[in-house]
Design a binder for this molecule. Structure first.
Ligand SMILES: NC(=O)c1ccc[n+]([C@@H]2O[C@H](COP(=O)([O-])OP(=O)(O)OC[C@H]3O[C@@H](n4cnc5c(N)ncnc54)[C@H](O)[C@@H]3O)[C@@H](O)[C@H]2O)c1
Length: 254
């Protein structure tokens, strides 16, 4: 594994989930110092040990990404442990398939919950991290995680689509505002990726067939394939990439 991220100080949210863990491992394998956060302290502690075993420096703290005080504590831990921050990877997210739905059936409380986790948490992490990222600019970067639903929408899950499409405008705004200082911001939009979030479709061939048929490569993606792209975007190799909506979706056309 190359060492493109040697010494880079990274913070990954939703870090113990499928993609978050793959990204954290990839960052650590490429030499980064990685701070991780997610809902369970036990899972966070296990991931920190795993990252340290890869030879990297790692710290972690449980937080609910909807809670501003807890978010602030995570940013404080990361920046005090590493002396600053170069990469913020906003990956925490929820899809609530049994509750999300089209407008005629969608409850306000579900809409609020999905936007709180998928959208407001991104604002909260950016709010508390931006001064540290600016201090390490040029070269620092915010990577937000959207979805194909960010730009294509979703016939079924309206709250999810709205929460993820908001990140297009928000990420572009970050890029416009902080680009002159050398801080980059991009939105990664994964396709259908094999994680717990979509396990109910993976387990049901009838449910997954339409998605796979709409995917040029005719297969589900692996978290490591998102992580490979994330590592590029987090590195100096992507020094001219900002304000971009990048897809890693195997050719999924909805
Ligand atoms: N898997 C897919 O097919 C797919 C497709 C497009 C986009 N995405 C996006 O990719 C990102 C990663 O998802 P994943 O596929 O790894 O799923 P995942 O369910 O494995 O991971 C999501 C993580 O977010 C964490 N999280 C949820 N609510 C939280 C909260 N309130 N506070 C803190 N952490 C919280 C979960 O604990 C979990 O570890 C998400 O933003 C998701 O919307 C996933």
């Amino acid at each position: 594994m190359s060492a493109r991220l040697r010494g880079r100080r990274c913070l990954v949210t939703g870090a113990t989930g499928g993609q978050g863990a793959a990204v954290s491992r990839r960052f650590a394998s490429e030499g980064a110092r990685v701070a991780v956060t997610d809902l369970s302290q036990q899972d966070v502690d296990a991931l920190v040990l795993e990252l340290q075993a890869l030879g990297g420096e790692a710290v972690g703290l449980r937080a609910d990404c909807r809670d501003e005080e807890e978010v602030a504590a995570v940013v404080e831990l990361a920046t005090s442990a590493f002396g600053g921050l170069d990469v913020l990877y906003n990956n925490a997210g929820v899809l609530l398939p049994d509750q999300d739905g089209p407008v005629e059936t969608l409850e306000r409380s579900v809409w609020d919950e999905v936007l709180a986790v998928n959208t407001t948490s991104v604002f909260l992490f950016c709010k508390h991290a931006v001064k540290h990222l600016l201090a390490s600019a040029p070269g620092s970067v915010i990577l937000n995680v959207g979805s194909v639903a960010s730009y294509a929408g979703d016939a079924e899950y309206h709250a999810y689509a709205a929460s993820k499409s908001a990140l297009i405008g928000y990420t572009a705004s970050l890029a416009q505002r902080y680009g002159p200082a050398g801080l980059r911001a991009n939105l990664i939009c994964p396709g259908f990726v094999e994680t717990a979030m979509v396990s109910q479709w993976i387990d049901d061939v009838h449910a997954s067939a339409p998605i796979l048929n709409a995917t040029a490569l005719r297969r589900i993606g692996q978290p490591e394939e998102i992580a490979a792209y994330a590592a590029f975007l987090a590195s100096a190799e992507a020094s001219f990439v900002t304000g971009s909506v990048v897809t890693v979706h195997g050719g999924l056309v909805k």
